[in-house]
Design a protein around this ligand. Structure first.
Ligand code: HSE
Length: 315
């Protein structure tokens, strides 16, 4: 790595992520290092932020710097640090748009990590989080941290405490655990997936979800796969969103029948994830989930990857 502050250009990769992890709506997410976005940032003399090229997977990406997830964080960084120079950004999208795989977060994270390497006095990774979160907010209409935090730090991250200033907690996950992520080739905008959610929740639903989130986290800390499996069940959000994903019930049934610890919607969907106790189980479960989507004539992509994984880094 070149010396910070002396380089004119830097490239960073940020991984995809599974938001909510079923039981932690808007507060829990984990990285999926098998896919991600790559952003190159150039330091320019002009005191502005510009978008250069957007390549890789296609999609209708905003081209105005104040609307694009990859540049909004840099606008915020420039303003907060009162930088006399600007940035130009090239994005290579490796995460499909509207997939529920944290693509907007990954672009936002990769761009602030790359730009940070161009600062005369680079910030700590933790200090980059608020800037990336602003990029996420412009893309999805909500500053939820459950994709940005794991994409930045890797592994599984809990945003605890005050939502306005969350305490970010790295939650240990048993090393053997694999996340099976299946992306049906359909699009659901996060805004739309949030739009279907009701605002009022009964006390029974809240108690059930609280019990599952607490149990799931305790299973992760103690490495107890039986507890993880018993608690990885979304009682709050999944019932409201599952109808947006063709074949969801069959895909989930296939995952559970072939040995998954649990299965739910990744972020706002349509991607579906399952946690498994090993690589071999993960491959078996993934094959069954793909077959269940195929039964409904839905083409899908599959990744099987460890949950304990790296976050964003310079490349
Ligand atoms: N927590 C967010 C949601 C994640 O479920 O709407 C979106 O990827």
């Amino acid at each position: 790595m070149a010396e910070a502050g002396l380089r004119g250009r830097a490239t960073a990769f940020a991984p995809a992520s599974v938001g909510n992890v079923g039981v932690g709506f808007d507060v829990l997410g984990h990285a999926v290092d098998a896919a991600g976005d790559t952003v190159t940032v150039r330091r320019i003399d002009t005191p502005a932020v510009r978008i250069g090229r957007i390549e890789g997977l296609s999609g209708a990406f905003p081209t105005a710097p104040e609307d694009n997830t990859a540049t909004v964080g840099l606008l915020a960084m420039r303003a907060a640090l009162d930088l006399p120079f600007g940035f130009e950004v090239d994005v290579v999208k490796g995460i499909p748009l509207g997939s529920g795989m944290g693509g907007s977060a990954a672009s936002a994270v990769a761009s602030v990590v790359a730009a940070n390497a161009l600062l005369d006095q680079p910030l700590k990774m933790r200090e980059l989080f608020p800037f990336a979160l602003q990029g996420e907010a412009v893309a999805s209409g909500s500053a939820h941290p459950d994709n940005v935090a794991p994409s930045l730090f890797g592994g599984m991250v809990l945003a605890a405490g005050d939502p306005a200033r969350p305490v970010l907690v790295q939650v240990p996950v048993p090393e053997a655990v694999r996340c099976v992520l299946v992306h049906p080739q359909l699009k659901i905008a996060t805004r739309d997936a949030r739009g279907v959610l009701k605002n009022d929740y009964g006390i029974e639903e809240i108690v059930a979800q609280t019990a599952n989130l607490a149990g799931f986290l305790s299973g992760c800390y103690t490495g107890d796969l039986a507890v993880i499996g018993a608690c990885l069940e979304d009682r709050l959000i999944e019932p409201q969103r599952s109808g947006l994903i063709p074949g969801f019930d069959q895909v989930k049934a296939a995952a559970v029948a072939t040995g998954a610890l649990g299965c739910s919607i990744s972020g706002g969907g349509p991607s579906v994830f399952a946690w498994c106790d090993s690589e071999a189980t993960g491959q078996r479960v993934g094959t069954a989930m793909l077959a269940a989507f195929a039964e409904r004539d839905v083409a899908a992509d599959l990744w099987v990857s460890p949950v304990e994984s790296l976050g964003a880094r310079l490349v």
